[in-house]
Design a protein around this ligand. Structure first.
Ligand SMILES: [Zn+2]
Length: 415
């Protein structure tokens, strides 16, 4: 056991920072609405910066608004270890998703300060911009720009539903930084997060050792039909785009069912029909879809299986079906050494653990392509997340936070 295992974060202090965060953007049902780069997000960001400065950190903000708060190390050649997650939330989100990972990073810095403990590598607490994608799509855009998977200009051009661009929102909130911060400046990343699923809570296990991520494919489907009067138009003459959408939805659902025993999932999750009027046959539908599987190769097969069905779906619906833009992330396994630090730290505390893959998207998945990365999950009540009722107790999070501190300390002091 490490000589530092007796150092524990102050969980009640962490809890009070979480409860202060829960006051910023509170919804009537006790959750949070703190959309990326909204006024509420700006208040929370400033609160986070104030806390980090009070803890002696140096703040850097990059051009996409990611905030990096660094506690210095003793070795000027050693690169900082990133610890963090996101402070933005869904429109009807909870109080812990993402927020726990950022504020636990702050608590680590405060704990090391309390014990006057220096680390060889610096420790940098990070808040990624627009993780949720609830205001600007796609999600996880801050970490995508950080890792150069997306350009800043692409990110700035993203529009919210009111037509405000992410670039404008960055300027309006004052969070368009000028520091050039990139993945090659860092050593590794540790992200603590609530599980957002029920496996830990159901099994009453304390710590999720996240070994990697599901492969994810997102894509947009366009369906082209022809409009006409819903009365006189004979059935054989119709090309109703919503009928095409129905066939597509069922086909995609069936692919999820065909793979569900090995963990596969597929979803049509959003639809827009035109002209969307009484009395008119719909001539256009845009749908957004998502497929996930633990194995990257299988999610590729699932998407392929859908594409091969398109001619048949077109024939049945008499519509033209086009698979448009897509995105992909995940499908990787996290860094073996960093994951092992999490595993052995949990074991040294005697915690019960579950090794699992993350099924949700996280910034760590972007960063994992560039830096040694690991994630730690804490249980959350009933696995409920992206919901105002999302909940954890202090006892739920304490083991994960202890493990985070130990794993980061061991990484930060390795020779
Ligand atoms: Zn999250």
């Amino acid at each position: 056991m490490s000589r530092q295992t007796n150092i524990r974060p102050d969980i009640s202090r962490l809890w009070s920072t979480l409860m202060r965060s829960a006051e910023i953007g509170t919804t009537p049902k006790g959750g949070l609405k703190r959309l990326a780069l909204s006024d509420e997000d700006a208040i929370m960001r400033q609160q986070f910066i104030d806390w980090c400065e009070q803890a002696g950190c140096t703040i850097r903000i990059d051009p996409i608004g990611n905030i990096f708060a660094e506690r210095a190390g003793t070795d000027s050649d050693a690169k900082p270890i990133l610890v963090g997650s996101h402070l933005d939330t869904q429109a009807r989100g909870g109080r812990f998703d993402g927020i726990l990972g950022v504020l636990a990073g702050l608590e680590i810095v405060r704990t090391l300060n309390d014990h006057n403990l220096a680390t060889r590598h610096p420790i940098t607490v990070v808040n990624w911009t627009n993780e949720e994608g609830a205001r600007f799509e796609p999600p996880m855009i801050g970490s995508a720009v950080f890792t150069k998977q997306k350009s800043p200009d692409f990110a700035y051009s993203r529009l919210d539903k009111d037509g405000i661009s992410l670039g404008e929102a960055l300027r309006k909130t004052g969070f368009k930084g000028e520091e050039i911060v990139s993945a090659d400046q860092f050593d590794s990343l540790f992200e603590l997060h609530i599980e957002q699923g029920p496996r830990l809570d159901d099994a009453k296990l304390q710590v999720g050792v996240v070994t990697g991520a599901f492969g994810v494919r997102g894509f947009v489907i366009e369906i082209f039909g022809e409009t006409g009067h819903v009365g006189p138009t004979p059935m054989p003459a119709r090309r109703n785009a919503l009928v095409g959408a129905a066939h597509v939805t069922l086909a995609i659902d069936a692919i999820g069912w065909a793979h569900h025993e090995t963990g596969g999932k597929s979803t049509t999750m959003r639809i827009r029909a035109e002209p969307n009027l009484l009395g008119a046959l719909p001539d256009y539908v845009e749908m957004t879809c998502d497929m996930r599987h633990p194995e990257e190769a299988v999610v590729i097969d699932m998407l392929g299986a859908f594409k091969t069905q398109i001619p048949e779906l077109e024939a049945r619906s008499r519509c033209r079906i086009v698979v448009k833009e897509g995105w992909s992330y995940g499908g990787m396994r996290f860094d073996a050494e960093c994951v092992d630090l999490v595993r052995t730290s949990a074991k040294d505390f005697g915690y019960s653990t579950l090794e699992l893959l993350t099924e949700a998207g996280h910034d760590a998945m972007h960063v994992a392509d560039y830096l040694p990365t690991a994630m730690i999950f804490t249980p959350c009540e009933g696995g409920l997340s992206h919901n105002e009722a999302e909940n954890v107790t202090l006892a739920d999070i304490e083991p994960g936070v202890n493990v985070l501190l130990q794993a980061v300390l061991r990484r930060a002091n390795r020779v």
